[in-house]
Design a protein around this ligand. Structure first.
Ligand SMILES: [Zn+2]
Ligand SMILES: [Zn+2]
Length: 321
């Protein structure tokens, strides 16, 4: 049994940031000084992050975020782990905290009704409810709620373009869900804007539902955006729904193709993994760019020359000396 001294935090907060550059700088510095790693996006509309660190560092980090009145309402989804779930820290400025092409939508003004995990559990099987998965293909193919409606999208920015296919559901009760809740803030707001009448969202997403409601009826694994790649959330009635890319048997082993010029990210079963030496096809197996296969299908990116201070101003670094 490994010691789970680390935490993995997932959070977002929609709140106006007038000085995103200055805030980005300050936030980045805090992470470096407290050994917080992960991916954080800062925009004029708020912040969105998934990070890892030692328990005590993460608790300092949560205090740091929430002590800023703009982000006081931030809710952290907290998972335990035995090591960092990221190898680097990245704090970036972007136009939106989740790329949705819905910049004009402000969930602080209007969004779908938030459902706590237990409320969601109660509602999800009702006759008049449509569960709408707003995530992308590679995510819902690996795992999704039983009876959920999924969309054929490669990226969340294609969501709004798909809503016209949902016209016939306009008078139904729509409950959206995603990984941690952030996409639903905008997705449900957009549905309301498009004239849908009864729109709800799973607050805190699949992750919080797993932590607080046992994950019942979530079938397959939940795709996550850290080194774990996919996690189990269902402690009640787990199942495998995804299929091996090669042989079609049920498998939830997400791997990257060993041929680094392909790098295809799909489930491949244990047997096929060894047979094709980690490649997704015979062509990839014999490709000169194929990396050696160690049975995991995970390839650490070359982090030689990684500098956590990269992206910071010399000025703010000097102030700290
Ligand atoms: Zn297979
Ligand atoms: Zn391949």
């Amino acid at each position: 049994m490994e010691n789970k001294n680390y935490l993995i935090l997932l959070y977002y907060c929609y709140a106006e940031i007038e000085d995103p550059d200055a805030y980005r700088e300050e936030h980045h510095l805090f992470c470096v000084e407290n050994n917080i790693r992960g991916r954080i996006i800062i925009s004029t509309e708020g912040l969105n992050g998934t990070v890892s660190g030692l328990r005590e560092d993460c608790s300092k980090y949560m205090d740091y975020v929430k002590s800023d009145p703009r982000f006081a309402k931030t809710e952290f989804k907290v998972d335990h782990y035995h090591k960092h779930a990221f190898s680097k820290i990245n704090v970036r400025f972007k136009e939106e905290i989740v790329h949705a092409n819905l910049k004009n939508i402000n969930p602080n003004i209007r969004t779908g009704v938030h459902l706590a995990p237990l409320e969601f559990k109660e509602l999800k099987d009702r006759e008049d409810v449509v569960l709408l998965d707003v995530r992308s293909n590679y995510e819902h193919e690996l795992g999704r709620f039983k009876n959920a409606l999924t969309l054929d999208i490669e990226n969340f920015r294609d969501f709004s373009g798909k809503v016209k296919e949902l016209e016939h559901l306009k008078n139904r009760k729509i409950v959206t869900y995603c990984t941690g809740g952030i996409k639903c803030e905008k997705a449900s707001a957009y549905l309301l804007e498009q004239g849908f009448k009864n729109v709800y969202q799973l607050h805190g997403g699949i992750i919080k539902y797993g932590l607080e409601a046992g994950g019942e009826d979530f079938e397959g694994k939940c795709y996550v955006f850290d080194n774990r790649v996919a996690i189990d959330v269902n402690k009640v009635n787990p199942q495998v729904v995804s299929l091996c890319h090669i042989c079609g048997t049920k498998s939830d082993r997400m791997v990257n193709c060993a041929n680094q010029t392909c790098n295809l990210h799909v489930p491949i079963c244990e047997d096929c993994g060894w047979k094709l030496e980690g490649a997704c096809s015979e062509a990839c197996r014999t490709n000169p760019e194929k990396r050696p296969y160690d049975g995991t299908g995970y390839y650490q990116k070359n982090s030689n020359g990684y500098n956590p201070y990269k992206g910071l101003n010399r000025k703010s670094l000097n102030q700290k000396v």
